[in-house]
Structures are given as structure tokens and as C-alpha cells.
Design a protein around this ligand. Structure first.
Ligand SMILES: [Ca+2]
Length: 175
């Protein structure tokens, strides 16, 4: 290559670099984004190694003395919380909050009276055959039935609390 031709080539190269360099700089990643340092996880980012545990679902059943079956499945019915049926042992997992609609705000102390009960059916179907533990409140006890209330079946003794239910539960009664 002759001297003038080399000079022209060099000038062209310098011109090309002067045009391309700002473009390359603009396209470069922002400072720090290539770092291997751990960065905070923002909402909306999912990391496969992080397991998020949702709160267990809470279902509701309101019972009334002398009435067979839940009279409401809503969370805002007035009444005393008399029992919680849990899907897992040791009072964990999905649960049914059982409210007793009564002026007494508690169960009577005796267990000879019918203070209501319900089937694990309809909105409570998720717990049919999956009751793992039970606790009671306000002087109430529960009996666990292995069939729906109108079907008869075996019935447990009166339970104040049980941390590991054995057997299938399809319904409950309260007193
Ligand atoms: Ca009672």
C-alpha cells in the first residue's frame, strides 16, 4: 500500500471509530449489572430456589342448636367460635372455623343437648376425609362422624382437643 493510500485508510478508520464508539458506549450495560454480587429480590421476581408458602385457606360454618347442617358458610355471621377442624395434625393446614349462633356465646356444659353440627360437604368439601386435628373453645366439645349426619355411621366420643385424628371424618356435631 502506498503512503497516501495508507493515510486515507487510517483516516477512514479513525472516522469509523469516532462514529461507532458513542454507539458502543450507549449499548454497554449499565454499571454494576455484570456484578456477581447477590442482589435484593424485588416483588415480582421469582427465584426457583425460594418457596413461598401461602396462608392456609380458612373455611367457615355457622351452626345453630337443634339444626343439622351449617346454616351459613360466610365469615361474618355472628356467633361464638366453638371449634376449628384442621386438615393436618397438630393444628396445621386448611381449616374450618365453626361458629355457634346462640345468645349464650358458649356451649352448655352438658353434652346431652344438640348444639348443632354440619357435614364436610359443599364449601367444606376440601376437608372431607381430611381432618387431621381438632380444637374446641367456649366449653364446647365435638363428636366426629365417619359419614354425613343423615347417613348414620360411627361416631367418636366427645372431644375437647385431638392433635392427630385417626379415621375418616365426614361430619361433626357440637355440644
Ligand atoms: Ca352442650
Amino acid at each position: 500500500m502506498s503512503r497516501p493510500a495508507r493515510s486515507v485508510a487510517r483516516a477512514a478508520l479513525v472516522a469509523a471509530i469516532s462514529v461507532l464508539l458513542p454507539l458502543l458506549l450507549a449499548a454497554a450495560p449499565a454499571s454494576g449489572s455484570l456484578s456477581t454480587e447477590p442482589r435484593p429480590i424485588h416483588a415480582g421476581q421469582a427465584r426457583p430456589d425460594v418457596t413461598l408458602t401461602a396462608a392456609p385457606p380458612v373455611l367457615f360454618c355457622t351452626i345453630r342448636p337443634g339444626v343439622q347442617g351449617c346454616t351459613s358458610f360466610g365469615p361474618d355471621e355472628p356467633g361464638a367460635l366453638v371449634a376449628i377442624l384442621y386438615a393436618e395434625p397438630w393444628f396445621h393446614g386448611a381449616r374450618v372455623h365453626v361458629f355457634l349462633a346462640t345468645a349464650l356465646a358458649a356451649c352448655t356444659a352438658r353434652t346431652s343437648d344438640d348444639e348443632g353440627g354440619g357435614d364436610l360437604a359443599g364449601p367444606l368439601l376440601a376437608l372431607l376425609g381430611h381432618v387431621g386435628s381438632v380444637e374446641t373453645f367456649h366449653r364446647c366439645d365435638v363428636q366426629l362422624h365417619d359419614a354425613f349426619l343423615d347417613a348414620g355411621g360411627a361416631v367418636s366420643g366427645w372431644i375437647d382437643e385431638v392433635s392427630d385424628v385417626s379415621g375418616r371424618v365426614a361430619a361433626f356435631t357440637v355440644s
